[in-house]
Design a protein around this ligand. Structure first.
Ligand SMILES: C[S@@+](CC[C@H](N)C(=O)[O-])C[C@H]1O[C@@H](n2cnc3c(N)ncnc32)[C@H](O)[C@@H]1O
Length: 299
């Protein structure tokens, strides 16, 4: 089960009260959603979105014991369609919205879609899996079709990878003889681009490349840019937006969006600096290591 990051902080800032409605744009295993449902009982609702149907199915199983189902609306879609979803479900009076970005533990540990370099799996990295209208590429197509320059650019921009150019060069060379189809094959190719003294660092040398590919496959930065103004439009005045991000580019998008809204007098920022997890949280949940949380309220 995915351990929710910033669980207490999310509930503190969203501050769900009896009868209030919330949107969770990133349902995952439903940890935050369940926390909200416990607080906005007996008649507050949560509309929760995940574009991976597997996550929706897991939550249906998880909450079958609870008397919460009728207050939870589950939607299998991309959160970039937020305004359309809200109007389709006629979901009004929204007191808060949560975005807990990135992937769930399920994706790494169980999906078999190549999110981790610790297993040998096909190079998928697509969150949507076999779900609704999946028009996303998979990592295999990117690795085998993008130009060397383009690969180096995404490794640098989304991964901050110091050996970006040389890794891209090795990939272009290797795929001339044989397409790169699995995580193990990819690791074998990029390893030769990493100086041996960096091969045994605490952070595995493939970490940044896997992160960069995942962000590119799932268009994560574009999705975030598209959803933020939609969240603003659907929120009640006094409604809160909480965003948990795991990448500096995502955090920058959120910071810039909040600043712009503050300058226009449309939002107040509740977290002057982004919240960072306490040592205890990172100890129990290493995924929280790079997490940042920002919250703003619509005026
Ligand atoms: C970090 S997990 C959320 C974990 C959740 N808060 C919990 O407590 O279990 C992020 C989830 O958002 C989903 N997701 C990512 N991008 C999405 C998008 N553009 N539209 C809809 N769901 C998305 C992923 O499939 C993943 O399940």
């Amino acid at each position: 089960m995915h351990i929710p990051v910033f669980y207490n902080e999310t509930l503190k800032y969203l501050n769900p009260k009896s009868g209030e409605n919330f949107i969770d744009c990133t349902l995952g295993d439903g940890g935050h959603t369940l926390g909200i449902l416990n607080r906005n009982a007996p008649n507050g609702k949560v509309l929760a979105i995940d574009w991976d149907m597997e996550m929706i199915k897991r939550v249906i199983i998880r909450i079958s014991d609870f008397d919460l189902r009728e207050r939870l609306i589950l939607v299998n879609d991309n959160f970039v369609n937020l305004k359309k979803i809200v109007s389709e479900y006629n979901f009004n009076n929204i007191s808060g919205v949560l975005l807990d970005l990135g992937m769930s533990s399920f994706h790494i540990e169980e999906s078999g879609r190549g999110f981790t370099f610790l297993k040998d799996e096909p190079l998928g990295m697509n969150f949507v899996g076999d779900g609704f209208g999946n028009d996303l590429p998979n990592a295999e197509e990117i690795i085998n079709n993008y130009s060397g320059e383009k690969l180096a650019e995404i490794f640098k921009e989304y991964g901050g990878e110091r050996f970006a150019r040389s890794m891209a060069g090795k990939i272009v060379e290797a795929r001339k003889t044989k397409l790169i189809k699995t995580t193990k094959e990819l690791i074998g190719v990029i390893k030769s681009a990493v100086l041996s003294k960096f091969r045994h660092n605490r952070i595995h040398f493939a970490t940044r490349i896997f992160q960069a590919l995942r962000i590119e496959v799932n268009r994560e930065i574009e999705n975030l840019k598209s959803v933020l103004p939609q969240v603003f439009d659907v929120l009640n005045s006094g409604g809160r937006l909480a965003v948990i991000s795991f990448h500096s580019l995502e955090d920058k998008e959120v910071k810039d969006f909040f600043r712009e809204k503050k300058t226009k007098g449309e939002m107040n920022i509740l977290t002057k600096k982004p919240l960072r997890p306490f040592f205890e949280e990172v100890k129990n949940n290493p995924r929280a290591r790079s997490a940042k949380m920002r919250v703003a309220v619509k005026i």
